[in-house]
Write a protein of this length. Structure first.
Length: 766
């Protein structure tokens, strides 16, 4: 499965120009504070500078950096979710900020929190909690106003460095603002160059625009048809008309608005119309969304396709990559605000919002129907990629309850796989206050709620019994959901009543119904569950064909989500059959399909790997069990039936095989691991490294752990290593425990020997 988000620095397609002095200043300030807020008006380049700074600082933070982009978030309640998504966390627990703290508490990381100004209070609340609870986090925020937190250092981003009118050609052409103009002009006019006969005009443009990056880019975009002197003449006329007063920061903002207005006036009528209509989107979207929502008369589909490229060429629109190589189009917030005011003035906003809702309703309908037959991950990842607009559609749908219920129900798979906490909150909030109608929309929504309740364990939020859900499905004509009622009754019998015979009966009914409807994803789940019931009854041989069928169906449906469940059940089957190596391979195969953001699924596979390897290496197993326990705490989901029947004894046996002190250290070592470290340790077992000596030159160690290992091998104590690496002694001890666990060692001497053998000796002090 593809992750919901990849933590790190966003990809930018254009060249980054200048700002060396500012990057140095940011580095200097962050050495003395844990919260630095970069202030500046829209178009000043805050986002781009923060992005490039984070990229340049990647090697200074052991756990890297993540960027939290708030520009697409409109609801303050979703700010913690935006942090979680950026951190690669799939939310199941109620306390989102608590989950974030749980994941990041031991991380040495830079958090870039971008575009806070419209959500200052909500963003400040999350930042304050994280900085208080996570002592090794550092935050760089961008905003138009301060977060107003204790210890916050404010830094105002200056404009790009400007040349003086009398500067020599060499000095002027090296100025940052001039370099930016020339670079962007070459994008639209490849033969463009700065020369002695145009340098004065370029300098005048940059100075007239106060060194504001976005304004300079907008002006440079006109170089395809105008010379710098012609650009300057037209620009100067427009700016004199629209701006005035003292040349301070507010004046720079007015200058930018005037530059946008000038660029807008130069667009042809169809381009203006398209730009206005694009403001209806909340975030970056694909071309088909623009064509469907914005393509009404006087525009044609050809106008839209051509207009998108023209607007991008003129720096009015950004092009960026989306999931699966798709191209997305995004308006910068400053230009969006400008375009939205034009759209509101001409009276088209209401109609555009209706078309926007219709488009995303259609996308969710198609994704739901596709999921009834195959994995449909591409459809759901596309919705997640445009989640800002899905949420905007949900907000508009609130005006009609039936429409809102239908849209919420269509998103069942997205909620289940990518945002269960949000889905449960939204569905329960709407459905608990209304009477269900016998319509397909209500049947889908209640089924979605029931599935999320079962996944999260929040049974108090279940509004229908499985029997009632079946009756509603029949009355509504949504016969594909009849099996959902059978599944609900089966799981109630299996996990609450412990009536395995009744559970098997209902699972067989569900499987028959799902096969009849061609619902392969849920058929795979039902078949695996039949195998699980047989395992609980002690019928290992009888379970095997059911689980094999489940895996075959999941593969046929191209459904990684259900394949994870089939592999997991297969793992326990092999474990109970006494083949620990086969069991381990099954759990690892499942882990390879799990997104790092899915903490619950990751915990389940790690527990299986630990159980399978416990007899050969109890210390490694206990570390894995400890790591899994932390992941489960994040999502507030304890081990549930039926897996607890086999998992809990395996965990107890692994701990009992070790001395109490060693078991405790191994457990805590696992709990202190980052997800990346945990995955390295879990997958390392696949190479057969669990019995004493790690294979591979790095042995699964992180960059920081390799550094500590070398210093241990050189004979340094933990205190000396701490001083050398500017860490606490406790952190060094934690790294050492990770090293011992990953390599299967129990002493520093073994680490020294391993370093000599695999790393070619130790690095001497400089």
């Amino acid at each position: 499965m593809e992750p919901m988000s990849a933590p790190g620095v966003p990809l930018r397609l254009s060249t980054f120009i200048g700002r060396k002095r500012e990057i140095g200043e940011l580095r200097r300030l962050l050495a003395h504070t844990r919260l630095l807020t970069m202030l500046g008006p829209g178009g000043a380049g805050k986002t781009r500078l923060a992005t490039e700074f984070a990229r340049a600082q990647s090697h200074h933070f052991a756990d890297g950096q993540i960027t939290i982009e708030l520009v697409e978030v409109r609801d303050p309640a979703l700010v913690p979710d935006a942090f979680a998504r950026a951190a690669g966390i799939r939310l199941l627990a109620e306390d989102t900020i608590g989950t974030l703290v749980h994941r990041l508490i031991s991380s040495e990381m830079l958090l870039v929190v971008d575009n806070c100004e419209h959500l200052t209070e909500a963003a400040a609340a999350v930042v304050a909690r994280l900085l208080t609870a996570c002592p090794r986090l550092v935050v760089l925020a961008t905003s138009r106003e301060r977060l107003n937190l204790d210890g916050e250092v404010l830094w105002r981003l200056p404009p790009l460095a400007l040349p003086q009118t009398a500067d020599t050609f060499a000095i002027a052409s090296a100025a940052e603002a001039v370099r930016l103009f020339v670079d962007r002009a070459r994008n639209v006019s490849p033969g463009f160059d700065i020369k002695p006969d145009n340098v004065a005009a370029i300098v005048a443009i940059c100075r007239r625009l106060d060194g504001m990056p976005l304004a300079i880019e907008l002006a440079a975009a006109r170089a395809s048809g105008l010379s710098p002197a012609e650009i300057m003449a037209r620009l100067d006329d427009r700016l004199r008309l629209l701006t005035g007063g003292p040349r301070d920061a507010d004046s720079r903002h007015r200058t930018l608005r005037a530059a946008i207005d000038w660029s807008y006036q130069l667009l042809d009528p169809s381009e203006r119309t398209l730009l206005q209509r694009l403001s209806i989107f909340a975030g970056p979207v694909r071309a088909d969304a623009v064509e469907q929502v914005c393509g009404e008369a006087p525009l044609t589909p050809a106008d839209v396709a051509d207009g998108l490229q023209k607007l991008a060429d003129k720096s009015m629109l950004q092009i960026e990559p989306g999931v699966e190589g798709a191209t997305r189009y995004r308006l910068l917030e400053t230009i969006r605000d400008y375009s939205a005011s034009k759209l509101a003035a001409n009276g088209d906003e209401a109609r555009l919002r209706d078309l926007h809702l219709e488009f995303y309703m259609r996308l969710t309908d198609e994704a739901y129907e596709a999921r009834m037959h195959r994995g449909a991950m591409a459809e759901h990842l596309r919705l997640w990629d445009e989640m800002a607009d899905v949420r905007a559609a949900l907000d508009l749908a609130k005006r009609d309850l039936d429409t809102e219920v239908r849209l919420l129900g269509n998103l069942r798979t997205l909620w289940m796989m990518l945002a269960p906490h949000e889905g449960l909150r939204r569905l329960f909030g709407v459905l608990s206050g209304t009477t269900a109608k016998p319509t397909r929309g209500y049947a889908r929504a209640l089924w979605s709620l029931q599935a999320l309740v079962g996944q999260s364990g929040h049974h108090e939020k279940s509004l229908f019994t499985p029997q009632q859900l079946t009756e509603l499905a029949v009355k509504s004509g949504e016969e594909s959901l009849v099996a959902a009622g059978y599944l609900g009754m089966a799981y109630t019998s299996e996990r609450i009543s412990r009536d395995l015979d009744t559970a098997r009966e209902y699972l067989l009914k569900a499987a028959a119904e799902l096969r009849r409807c061609g619902n392969l994803p849920d058929l795979a789940m039902a078949l695996a569950s039949i195998g699980g019931v047989e395992l609980q009854k002690g019928n290992i041989d009888a379970a095997r064909p059911w689980v094999q069928q489940a895996l075959d169906v999941a593969v046929e449906a191209a459904d990684d989500y259900r394949a994870v469940g089939a592999h997991y059940t297969f793992g326990w089957l092999e474990f109970l059959a006494g083949d620990s190596e086969a069991a381990r391979r099954r759990f690892v195969a499942a882990l390879d399909l799990v997104a790092e953001s899915d903490a619950l699924s990751m915990a389940q596979q790690v527990e299986g790997i630990a159980a399978a390897g416990a007899a050969a290496d109890p210390r490694r197993a206990v570390s894995l069990f400890g790591a899994a326990s932390k992941l489960r705490e994040e999502v507030e989901t304890p081990v549930q039936l039926p897996w607890s029947i086999w998992l809990e004894p395996a965990m107890a046996d692994a701990r009992a095989a070790l001395q109490e002190g060693i078991a405790k250290k191994a457990w805590e070592s696992g709990r202190a691991m980052s997800p990346a470290q945990l995955l390295a340790l879990a997958r390392q077992a696949r190479a057969g490294t669990g019995s004493g000596k790690a294979t591979g030159s790095a042995g699964g160690l992180s960059k920081r752990e390799l550094e500590v290992a070398r210093l241990v091998a050189s004979g340094m104590t933990s205190r000396v290593i701490a001083e050398r690496l500017f860490l606490s002694e406790r952190t060094v001890e934690s790294h050492l425990e990770h090293i011992l666990t990953k390599l299967g060692f129990s002493s520093r001497a073994q680490v020294a020997g391993w370093v000599a053998e695999h790393l070619g000796g130790t690095k001497k002090d400089a």
